[in-house]
Structure formats: structure tokens, C-alpha cells
Write a protein that binds this ligand. Structure first.
Ligand code: NAD
Ligand code: TYD
Length: 355
């Protein structure tokens, strides 16, 4: 009998890398990918493994309590890895309600269904909640986030993720549900929806469109290659201690403007353009309201206790990412069409050029 493991949000960016890794590396698990397929969910991301015997897809909205309960009845899961979420800060500023529903209510629905299913026997079971470093708020020029940094979320997105983290911890404390949380820095890599910084810039450079840098481009993010995040999740799921939190980061801080210039340089080479051509597309636009200045993650606990380390350098990871987007232009065109195109126009028509 295969052990059933539920992965939520498996059709999204990080989820699809986690699903692929688990399906391929753990043939003793039946991996059930439950996803609502919002604008960010795309089953094409998993086309290469969809026919594996140990993989199933279930189209489920985690906000719908009844479908979540029936899913648990159908599969009797022994582990849950929860990634389904609304994940984009700019969208959370436009419409926070969806973030409350999916990220908070959806997480509580999953916790309740898990608890009901495992109540009589919690041995060797685990509810793993995938979260973000954004729950810690924002840093100045110095310092970093550790697992002990107090929560201080600043955007509707990070507030909804912080709230879901608190519920997960409350279920550990109150009901002894075995849980683990990890808080990761910004991810990049193949299959990321082109509303996030790196794929948006790759797509615009490719199409000779303006590169909208918010404010002065001074904000700093710590970037991690998505497969290194998936490897950390695999390690923590199998070796982490219930009740604990693990920070995951790339030790790889970049000012947005420097990162965009670096991408322009890589792409000029790949596209056979003379150096400096794509940089001319950089356009400074109105800043994001309440824009967190800097994130920096200290992941020494994960490194020391579980022996994790990133496997690719930033240059290698970015190069792989750019190659993937250039080789998969059909994927890009498919996701950019339709709803996203309307959203993009709305977001960027509202932003004024400031430089
Ligand atoms: P994503 O937006 O690419 O994918 C989210 C997935 O969740 C999509 O497939 C979507 O269809 C699904 N989903 C959304 N609402 C749902 C609902 N109500 N029911 C079922 N499925 C639903 O997100 P991502 O970037 O892959 O992030 C995955 C997780 O990792 C999120 O929890 C996010 O907070 C966290 N995280 C992301 C990053 C990052 O840099 N992207 C960093 C740290 C943590
Ligand atoms: P994003 O990829 O949205 O991730 P997050 O806000 O969760 O960190 O943005 C990364 C950084 O890039 C953030 O400081 C905002 C900035 N940014 C731009 O300057 N222009 C853009 O078009 C986007 C999408 C983001």
C-alpha cells in the first residue's frame, strides 16, 4: 500500500517543483495534488509526470470545507504539504479578500480536516505548512530574520500568511497536531507566473517592453532557486522536528535595480543584442504602497541541524531560468494571454512613469 500524501497548490510555481520531486523520488508515496487552478495554477507545469502511477490530481478549492473533508475521506492522508495560496503582494493590495479566504480560511479548513482524520492516531503523521519570510516584516540596511524574529507583517499578503502560520502553531499547541512551518525567501526559476519580478522582466526584455522598476529600485530581496526550496521541503518533511520552524534562504541579496541590470546583461547575450540594449528599457514607476525595504534570511538552523545547502549559484540559477523561459515561449504566451493581460494593463496603467 502506498502512503498517501496531500500536496496543495501543486499546479502553481513552487508546488509543481515539489510535486515532481516527490513523485519521482518517493515511489512509495501516492502524491495527491489538490489545486483550484486559479490564474496561477497550470497543469501544463506537470505534463511530464501526469501519467506516473503514484500521482493523482484533484481539482479542489480549499475554501470549500465539504470538498476538503471528502478529499480526506477518499485518500486517508498520512502527510500534508500545504502550498496553496494567493501569493502576489500587488494583487493582495488590489483585493485582500481572496487572500483572507484562501490563505487563512483555506488553511484552517485543511487543519480541521487533518485533525478530524488523524485524531485517533497522530503517530508518524505531519502537517507541513509552507510559508514566507515576509511574515517577519521588513528590515533596514542591517540584520536578518531568524526563526525567533517576532512577526510584523506589513502587506495584506504577508498578514494573511502570518495569520495562517499562527493557526498552524495554535493547532500544535492546543490539539497536539504534528506540524512544521518553513519560512522561505523569494524564489525564482522555471514555471513562475510572469507577474513576479524575474519572469516579468524576462518576458518584457524578450518583447522589448518597458521594464517597470518600482520606486528607485533600492529594495532588497534574498533570492533562492526554486529546486533548492523543493529540496529543503523534502528534507524538512522527512527529517524536521514537529513543532519547529525552519527558515530557508539563499544568502543572496540583491537590490532590485542591480538584479534587473544583471538580467538585461544575460539576456542581451542570449538574444544576440549588443551589451546595454535591454537596460534602455528600464523605466522607474510609482512605488508599491507600503513596499517592504529589505528581506534577509538566516537559515543556519536548517543548515546545521539538517545539513541543507543551496545547490546552484545565482548566476547558474538565473541562466537556467532565462534558458527555460526562452525555450518555453509557448508556456509564457499561454499564461500571459487572457486574464493576466487584462490585469497587467490595469496594474501598469495605474503606475506613473517617474524616471
Ligand atoms: P503560486 O501563486 O504560483 O501558486 C499557488 C497555487 O495555489 C496555484 O496553483 C493556485 O491554483 C493554487 N490555489 C490558489 N488558491 C487556491 C484555493 N483556494 N484552493 C486550492 N488551490 C488554490 O504560488 P507559489 O509562488 O508557488 O507559492 C506557493 C507557496 O509558497 C505559497 O504558500 C507562498 O506563500 C509560499 N512562498 C512563496 C514564495 C515565492 O517566492 N514565490 C516564497 C516563500 C513562500
Ligand atoms: P515580487 O516578485 O512581487 O516579490 P515580493 O514582493 O513578494 O518580494 O517583487 C520582488 C521585488 O521587485 C519587490 O521589491 C517589488 C519589485 N518589483 C518591481 O520593481 N517591479 C515589478 O514589476 C515587480 C512585479 C516587482
Amino acid at each position: 500500500m502506498l502512503k498517501s500524501i496531500l500536496i496543495t497548490g501543486g499546479a502553481g510555481f513552487i508546488g509543481s517543483h515539489v510535486v515532481r520531486r516527490f513523485v519521482k523520488n518517493h515511489p512509495d508515496y501516492l502524491i495527491v495534488n489538490a489545486d483550484k487552478l486559479t490564474y496561477a495554477g497550470n497543469l501544463e507545469n506537470l505534463a511530464d509526470i501526469e501519467n506516473y502511477n503514484n500521482y493523482r490530481f484533484e481539482k479542489i478549492d480549499i475554501v470549500d470545507k465539504k470538498s476538503v473533508l471528502s478529499l480526506f475521506e477518499k485518500y486517508r492522508f498520512e502527510g500534508v504539504i500545504h502550498l496553496a495560496a494567493e501569493s502576489h503582494v500587488d494583487r493582495s493590495i488590489e483585493s485582500p479578500d481572496d487572500f483572507v479566504m484562501t490563505n487563512v480560511v483555506g488553511t484552517v479548513n485543511l487543519l480541521n480536516a487533518t485533525l478530524a482524520s488523524w485524531n485517533s492516531d497522530m503517530n508518524n503523521k505531519l502537517f507541513y505548512h509552507v510559508s514566507t519570510d515576509e511574515v517577519y516584516g521588513t528590515l533596514g540596511k542591517e540584520g536578518y530574520f531568524t526563526e525567533k524574529t517576532p512577526y510584523d507583517p506589513k502587506s495584506p499578503y504577508s498578514a494573511s500568511k502570518a495569520s495562517s502560520d499562527h493557526f498552524v502553531r495554535a493547532y500544535f499547541n492546543t490539539y497536539k497536531l504534528p506540524v512544521i512551518i518553513s519560512n522561505c525567501s523569494n524564489n525564482y526559476g522555471p514555471n513562475q507566473f510572469p507577474e513576479k519580478l524575474i519572469p516579468l522582466m524576462i518576458n518584457n526584455i524578450r518583447n522589448n517592453k518597458p521594464l517597470p522598476v518600482y520606486g528607485k529600485g533600492e529594495n532588497v530581496r534574498d533570492w533562492l532557486y526554486v529546486e533548492d526550496h523543493a529540496a529543503a521541503i523534502d528534507l524538512i518533511f522527512h527529517k524536521g522536528k514537529p513543532g519547529e520552524t525552519y527558515n530557508i534562504g539563499g544568502d543572496n541579496e540583491w537590490k532590485n535595480i542591480d538584479l534587473v541590470k544583471f538580467l538585461c546583461k544575460i539576456m542581451d547575450k542570449k538574444l544576440g543584442r549588443s551589451e546595454g540594449t535591454s537596460e534602455k528599457l528600464i523605466t522607474f514607476v510609482t512605488d508599491r504602497p507600503g513596499h517592504d525595504f529589505r528581506y534577509s534570511i538566516n537559515s543556519s538552523k536548517l543548515k546545521k541541524e539538517l545539513g541543507w545547502k543551496p545547490s546552484v549559484t545565482f548566476s547558474e540559477g538565473l541562466e537556467k531560468t532565462v534558458d527555460w523561459y526562452l525555450e518555453n515561449s509557448r508556456w509564457l504566451e499561454n499564461v500571459v494571454s487572457g486574464e493576466y493581460e487584462k490585469y497587467y494593463e490595469k496594474m501598469y496603467l495605474n503606475r506613473n512613469r517617474i524616471g
